[in-house]
Design a binder for this molecule. Structure first.
Ligand SMILES: [Zn+2]
Length: 108
């Protein structure tokens, strides 16, 4: 057994578990109830953990997890845009103008 991942949010751990299982890797989640109280801080710092049952699957599992984290970190936020109303420069992460509240003209 090897622990390959842990995260405060159980839904992320569960998502990765199904990713690994779909690749034929047998897994187990520990501390499943650690963050059960949604919207509240966990009482302890025990996070849900994802383990692979077969140590031989560890490298493959970590590779899948690495790709998953990269994809999450590089999620597109859209390019910066210029407000059509007040001509303010607005960063791509915002969907409306921070200055006047106009909606972004950038589609998608
Ligand atoms: Zn504006």
């Amino acid at each position: 057994m090897k622990r390959v991942f842990d995260h405060i949010d159980f839904t992320v751990v569960g998502h990765l578990q199904s990713l690994l299982e779909s690749e034929g890797i047998r897994t187990e989640i520990r501390n499943e109830g650690a963050s059960r109280a949604a919207g509240e801080l966990p009482i302890s710092e025990v996070y849900p953990e994802l383990w692979v049952l077969d140590n031989a699957d560890e490298a493959k599992a970590k590779e899948i997890i690495r790709e998953f984290r990269q994809a999450a970190e590089t999620a597109p936020t859209g390019p910066d845009w210029t407000c059509p109303v007040c001509k303010e420069h607005v960063e791509g992460v915002f969907s409306e103008c921070w200055n006047c509240g106009a909606a972004s003209p950038v589609v998608g």
